[in-house]
Design a binder for this molecule. Sequence first.
Ligand code: ATP
Ligand code: MG
Length: 227
Amino acid sequence: MILTCGNTKGGVGKSTLAVQLALGLSLAGDSVWFVDGDKQGNGIGAMTLRTDRELPTLPASSYTDGKTLRAQVMLQAKQFDHTVIDVGGRDTGALRAALLCSDIVLIPFQPRAFDTWALADVAAVIDEANATRDTPVLALAILNCSDPAGSDNADAIEATQEFPQMELLNLAPGRAGIGRRKAISHASATGLHVSEYKPRDEQAIAEITTLIAVLKDRQNGIVSTSK
Ligand SMILES: Nc1ncnc2c1ncn2[C@@H]1O[C@H](COP(=O)(O)OP(=O)(O)OP(=O)(O)O)[C@@H](O)[C@H]1O
Ligand SMILES: [Mg+2]
């Protein structure tokens, strides 16, 4: 699959989830190419940390220019089982280009008003991409950094219903997306998959593993532009 972690809002967990997804797919035995479309280079930085720590790493490339990103992905993605693209937190050329060549766009959002308001911007960018695509991109919104209690998760989830361009991804009954977990943020920031991080956080591992399984399942239901 070609999967983009995208949102026009910054700091929602795009790079964190992109790193976890790419490493998780790779550790499960699939071939994965990591593409960083953000000048900040957080994702590719995480992959470089693996090299420093002498851990098995992934092929990773950085294309911050949208036209180049799209051309390279269209050229090279066929060589891999999966291509995971991380983009910056603004309406950039890289985001727009990634939306044109991805099978799935995963849209992390947090249970905060600013994040749910930003979904309207994301929806507009998805509409524009779909206007030039043969088939619409599968746009899946995922609640990230969910709260352990309270009504904010449910309010944020409800806000996604306004946007027919995207679907809220349910990981499991009773599980409100991906929790705010130290193991997830620390693992990504140190170039580790959550299963490699110590102390082990079984909840965090379960959430990331389920996310990958659900995405693979959804991918099987669509005709891929990748291998
Ligand atoms: N599930 C999570 N649990 C705990 N912390 C998280 C989680 N997801 C993201 N974070 C933290 O939130 C912050 C923002 O995450 P991240 O850098 O991945 O967001 P981003 O959307 O890629 O931001 P940008 O728009 O700047 O690229 C980081 O400090 C990260 O460690
Ligand atoms: Mg980022």
